[in-house]
Unconditional design. Structure first.
Length: 414
């Protein structure tokens, strides 16, 4: 049910720094130019709008030279990116279920992509040889996308590609060696990708570990923290040029609803020693929760710093049956018990695919999704100061490793 709401013009007026825009399917969203964020609800009324019907007389919708939708007013010989129907948008309140939600928790990745042609698109998926990452890569490849499968184990990655090709022969898949427990490997992977591909349309940061006992990477950082967050942060920054060189590029950061249980709440909580704690302060579940909060904070800050790239974070599903629980017999048993009640791998991949491909998200950024629908993350995940602090400390931690590696290299040459 949709109820039309007639409010005064003063209540409907946007605050300074805000702009009203419309997606291709008519949903109105609001852009905050101060924070570089966006949202579906009006910042004053908290309600949503919809534009419907034909364009006003004399107007035409066209595709500009940059690939974006433009509106041409033939009567006045002007061109604008703003949908002229915004002036007549209908405001509505959802009284039962979300309006026009095309997909939900039962949708599969392939159903989200039904009818889509992704030929000419290039996507990189981390952790693509197994689990949700494999279904994500397969679904993109089935619809014509060139998929770069970033995997730690090259042999397993090649086997995954052969499996995809056995199901559909005419697909374009490439393999990229990427070990997220090594910043050196991340640098090498990024350089190899940039040598072969000039642009990158989609980056899906999917790989992760769960329930891992305490261990340190070769860089000296706690493994869950580095694999789930820090190396993905570094990889994304290294791929800035290919991502920002194409229009409408998207970055999808796979997070989790478990981010709500993170202990990090204020900027003062973030230091190198708290991000990568010593063993006596380590708890595997806590490390996982924290890393998933970092994923969302990273997505929020990246959306602010790269306004021309659409950045989303998402929750794939609860305790999905994959290789994620392989490091703990207790978690393997728990995942096996709940398997009949959780999503399939195809369903778990649907929200990543939704964020990476659906046209109605064009122009939106900095949004968190669950079950192919926008939802609000925790208050900590929306803390811009916390996100900025995490970004800066993460950068310092990477620079320290890069400087150390360069020193060792210089000493080896002497």
């Amino acid at each position: 049910m949709v109820g039309v709401l007639n409010d005064s013009d003063s209540e409907d007026e946007l605050p300074p720094g805000w702009e009203e825009r419309a997606t291709l399917d008519g949903n109105v969203y609001y852009v905050n130019h101060y924070t570089k964020g966006s949202q579906w609800t009006h910042p004053r009324t908290g309600r949503k709008k919809l534009v419907e019907g034909e364009l006003p007389s004399g107007w035409e919708k066209c595709v500009g030279d940059d690939g974006k939708i433009v509106y041409v007013d033939h009567a006045h010989h002007t061109t604008t990116y703003t949908d002229p129907r915004l002036a007549f948008a209908t405001e509505y309140r959802e009284t039962s279920q979300p309006l026009r939600q095309r997909f939900d928790g039962s949708s599969s990745a392939l159903s989200v992509l039904h009818g889509r042609d992704l030929r000419g698109k290039i996507a990189l998926v981390t952790g693509a040889n197994t689990g949700i990452g494999f279904e994500t890569a397969k679904s993109l490849a089935f619809h014509g996308c060139t998929v770069i499968m970033a995997c730690r184990n090259i042999k397993k990655g090649e086997e995954a590609i052969e499996k995809i090709k056995s199901q559909r022969g005419n697909v374009s898949c490439d393999i990229l060696q990427l070990d997220l427990s090594s910043l050196h490997s991340v640098r090498n992977a990024a350089e190899k990708l940039k040598q072969k591909y000039r642009i990158l349309h989609i980056l899906i940061l999917n790989a992760g570990v769960f329930g891992l006992p305490y261990s340190l990477t070769e860089d000296g950082y706690e493994t869950t923290f580095q694999v789930n967050y820090l190396s993905h942060y570094y990889l994304t920054l290294l791929l800035e040029h290919p991502l920002r060189s194409c229009s409408n590029a998207r970055v999808v950061v796979v997070a989790s609803e478990s981010h709500r249980f993170s202990s990090f709440q204020t900027p003062e909580d973030i230091h190198p020693m708290t991000l990568s704690p010593p063993e006596f302060k380590f708890w595997s579940m806590g490390a996982y929760n924290d890393s998933k909060l970092f994923n969302i904070l990273f997505a929020q800050e990246l959306a602010r710093q790269w306004p021309t790239v659409s950045v989303f974070s998402c929750h794939p599903g609860n305790m999905v049956s994959s290789d994620l629980s392989r490091y703990s017999w207790m978690y393997r048993m728990l995942f096996a018990v709940v398997r009949p009640f959780t999503k399939s791998l195809q369903q778990a991949a649907s929200t990543s695919i939704y964020c990476a491909t659906v046209p109605e998200l064009q122009g939106a950024t900095g949004v968190y999704f669950n079950n192919c629908f926008r939802c609000e993350p925790s208050n900590a995940a929306l803390n811009l100061s916390l996100a900025s602090r995490l970004w800066n400390v993460s950068q310092e931690m990477i620079i320290n490793i890069v400087k150390r590696d360069k020193l060792w290299y210089d000493l080896a040459l002497k």
